[in-house]
Design a protein around this ligand. Structure first.
Ligand code: COA
Length: 322
């Protein structure tokens, strides 16, 4: 019997503190008008001291389990995507396992910047299909406010904090078309210097700040994501008309609009949170997916296309029948 990864539930967590563009403009040389026009962002959430990647990831995971009607005992793996872990090790994933009370199983982090959730989902799907796990929490959790350079107005206005999660359950793939149909991952390391963090715990005294060539990233995002979308459709013999919902990475409204146009999807079929969350990196796709599941837009049976691109460059897509 073929095994499929069924997306059984989704959850999210956003920090309590909301920071509007006007509030940012009090300390950064920018304006609400510039940020809205170029990016679509109106506000973002910034984490307080207790709202770490572990804390937020745990809250999102709890919500995903509750949505799935699952228990902590059903979890045998946690795969967590983050570029802003609390510690070099243990991984944020195992900290989440401890906070949830998961006994046994295994957990690890995935570092693929803003494409982290798609990468983690792909790894989880592969492990479920291979029979290595039956219940997997896939989490994206980020505190980019801790790595932003407040002197660089070209980047510090673009990001926010938060966490999103899904619970995947191994299901019988025969006689059903529910579940993850396929995932598609890509990387081009030669483009590593157009979006990166200029430090790490391995570099003494230099925790690092995010650095970006926005125009170059924009240019590659439009091309690469369009390719990843075509690849996902072709791999499943589907056409654009088969897609019910696009849940894209939430970096910029103009990139999101471009992807929606490419798929010929009405604007209301594209899930958008960038206006309220800004770019939460690996958390952005699961946060958007969660929102559309909770408010009843995405329903069982819907065909959902996920895509994201981030520093690396790394990018990918996933097709899921809910
Ligand atoms: N407020 C006001 N002015 C700003 C500003 C801000 N926050 N940031 C930059 N500017 C200014 C620049 O200084 C520049 O001024 P100048 O023309 O006097 O030199 C002008 O705005 C244009 O800057 P530029 O960087 O060329 O703008 P842009 O049109 O490329 O837009 C981004 C910048 C970042 C919004 C855009 O490049 C982008 O969205 N890129 C993709 C980013 C992305 O998706 N990243 C995440 C991928 S995971």
């Amino acid at each position: 019997m073929p095994i499929r990864s069924i997306l059984a539930g989704a959850g999210g967590y956003l920090p309590e503190r909301i920071v509007t563009n006007d509030e940012l403009a009090r300390t950064v040389d920018t304006s609400d008008e510039w940020i809205r026009e170029r990016t679509g962002i109106k506000q973002r959430h910034f984490a307080g001291p207790h709202e770490t990647a572990t804390f937020m990831g745990t809250e999102a995971a709890r919500a995903a389990l509750a949505h799935a009607g699952a228990e902590v005992a059903d979890v045998d793996a946690v795969i967590l995507a983050t570029s802003t872990p609390d510690q070099a090790f243990p991984s944020t994933a195992v900290r989440v396992m401890a906070a949830l009370g998961v006994k046994g199983g295994f957990g690890f982090d995935v570092a693929a910047a803003c494409a982290g959730f798609i990468y983690a989902l792909s790894v989880a799907d592969g492990m479920i299909r291979a029979g290595q796990a039956k219940g997997v929490l896939v989490i994206g959790s980020e505190v980019y406010s801790r790595i932003l350079n407040w002197e660089d107005r070209g980047t510090c206005v673009l990001f926010g904090d938060g966490a999103g999660a899904v619970f995947l359950r191994a299901g019988d793939g025969s006689g059903t078309d529910r579940g993850i149909l396929s995932t598609h991952l890509h990387a081009q390391g030669t483009l590593g210097d157009i979006l990166y963090v200029d430090g790490a715990v391995g570099q003494r005294g230099k925790p690092g700040h995010l650095v970006m060539n926005g125009r170059e990233v924009f240019r590659h995002a439009v091309t690469r994501l369009a390719e990843a979308v075509d690849e996902a459709l072709n791999a499943n013999n589907l056409t654009r008309a088969d897609i019910d919902w696009l849940v894209p990475h939430q970096a910029n409204q103009r990139i999101i609009d471009g992807m929606g146009r490419k798929l010929g999807l009405a604007a209301e079929r594209v899930v958008v949170t960038v206006d309220r969350h800004a770019n939460t990196s690996a958390a952005s796709v699961p946060l958007a997916l969660n929102e559309a599941c909770q408010d009843g837009r995405i329903k069982p049976g819907d065909m959902v296309l996920l895509e994201a691109l981030g520093g690396g460059l790394v990018w990918g897509s996933a097709l899921v029948r809910m």
